[in-house]
Design a protein around this ligand. Structure first.
Ligand SMILES: C[S@@+](CC[C@H](N)C(=O)[O-])C[C@H]1O[C@@H](n2cnc3c(N)ncnc32)[C@H](O)[C@@H]1O
Length: 247
């Protein structure tokens, strides 16, 4: 996986993404779906630095955040010390609790790069979800994003948070393997200080984007049915949010 979620870069991630994503809007969006399906116990997988932990914990009966990265969880625990956070890999985590809603936000499904990764994760979620519960996750839409990557080899994203300015310069290539869209990505991170670009670090990763059809097929292999597919533009990626239930 990418270095972005470890050590020094995790705090850069945290600062930079506060500028990319409005977490109040993010919370309202996901909390709205959970409420519509009358959920009261929430598991957020790939919770990152815990930006949704406080409002979910305060407005729902329970909230648990799970992430594989110690560095991201350390920031989450500092952000909301009263929160419940656990370390785990979404592909193999064994839950002893059942939840009404299980969320994967922030396009973290992109790190599930093989069909086996995705099927294992869906299996973990089946076991952790109440019979009438909902599984809500977002994914990058390959039908729009892959052609964008083919046309734009370099992209810059700027961010401002707490009076600090950052930018990320990304270089990416779409390497389609059979019918799977894998994006090889290299990103350089900078902070702008007194008009100068100060290099912070870089990371490389491979991530996956999905067509609606392949997501539907993989979900049905694990006994999930899509109830809603919501088209949601985000700061850099054309994204769908799927709301699913067990058959
Ligand atoms: C783009 S960040 C999103 C974080 C958060 N959801 C947000 O929107 O700010 C992706 C997160 O996925 C986590 N992650 C990646 N692979 C994972 C895995 N196999 N199991 C659990 N977490 C994972 C990373 O550690 C990171 O915190």
């Amino acid at each position: 996986m990418t270095d972005l979620y470890n050590n020094k870069l995790s705090s850069t991630y945290d600062n930079m993404y506060q500028g990319f994503i409005d977490y109040t809007l993010e919370y309202n969006f996901y909390a709205g779906i959970c409420s519509r399906y009358r959920s009261s116990t929430i598991l957020e997988i790939a919770c990152g630095t815990g930006n949704l932990a406080k409002p979910f914990s305060q407005n729902f009966k329970s909230y648990t955040g799970l992430d594989v990265s110690d560095s991201m969880l350390d920031i989450a625990k500092k952000r909301y010390p009263m929160g419940t956070f656990i370390k785990g890999d979404m592909r193999s985590f064994k839950s002893t609790t059942l939840y009404d809603s299980i969320l994967i936000t922030g396009r973290s499904t992109s790190y599930l790069i093989s069909d086996a990764d995705l099927l294992n994760t869906f299996g973990v979620i089946t076991n952790a979800l109440e019979t009438s519960g909902v599984f809500i996750f977002d994914f990058i839409d390959a039908d729009r994003f892959a052609p964008f990557v083919d046309k734009n080899k370099y992209v810059t994203h700027k961010s401002e948070y707490n009076e600090k300015q950052y930018f990320r310069k990304s270089e990416w290539v779409n390497k389609k393997v059979t019918n799977i869209n894998l994006i090889h990505w290299k990103a350089d991170y900078y902070q702008i200080k007194q008009g100068k670009n100060v290099f912070i670090g870089n990371d490389t990763s491979t991530f996956r984007c999905f067509s609606k059809i392949e997501i539907g097929q993989l979900l049905s292999k694990k006994g999930f049915k899509i109830l809603e597919l919501i088209d949601r533009k985000t700061y850099a990626f054309d994204t769908y949010v799927a709301v699913c239930k067990k058959l």
